[in-house]
Design a protein around this ligand. Structure first.
Ligand code: SME
Length: 150
């Protein structure tokens, strides 16, 4: 099963229409994205709950570590730089945090609110090497902007 981003974006827009609670929005997106593609083995959010710190948010998959400082891991790099992190081989990423030893590649997209503040990162892990493309990054970034920066 391979994601159809047009359909996914429409489904998420319809499901989240009129909702502003960030946890409800994140839970819905994590669920819809996770089940849209066989490449996605862990899908979820880490929220910025205090300066320089990410805390686990809504997710699907095996357990994720609870806290990630901004100076650690792929998620920390996304939060720190505000830039998408597309990691084809997690073992080659310095400081990668292995929540599951089966993870081979990872995509992390920063999430901004309408003021441009980074409120979270959206993390997808795959058990397949080099699972993610620039197209995945662009499409997911648009979906996240539609929901959190509206
Ligand atoms: N691998 C991530 C940590 C989060 S989990 O994989 C769920 C990282 O290096 O930031």
């Amino acid at each position: 099963m391979k994601v159809d981003y047009d359909t996914l974006a429409k489904t998420i827009a319809a499901l989240t229409d009129g909702e502003s609670d960030q946890i409800a929005l994140m839970a819905t997106i994590a669920c819809e994205v996770h089940h849209s593609d066989d490449r996605f083995d862990w899908t979820g959010f880490y929220r910025v709950t205090e300066p320089e710190l990410l805390k686990i948010g809504p997710y699907q998959g095996g357990h994720g570590c609870l806290l990630i400082p901004f100076d650690r891991g792929v998620c920390g790099a996304a939060a720190r730089t505000g830039k998408v992190q597309l990691v084809a081989d997690v073992e080659a990423f310095p400081g990668h945090i292995a929540c599951a030893s089966s993870t081979r590649s990872e995509l992390v997209v920063p999430v901004q609110n309408s003021e441009g503040d980074i409120i979270a990162v959206f993390d997808i892990d795959s058990d397949q090497p080099d699972a993610f493309t620039e197209q995945d990054a662009r499409s997911l970034d648009l979906i996240l902007k539609d929901v959190f920066a509206r």
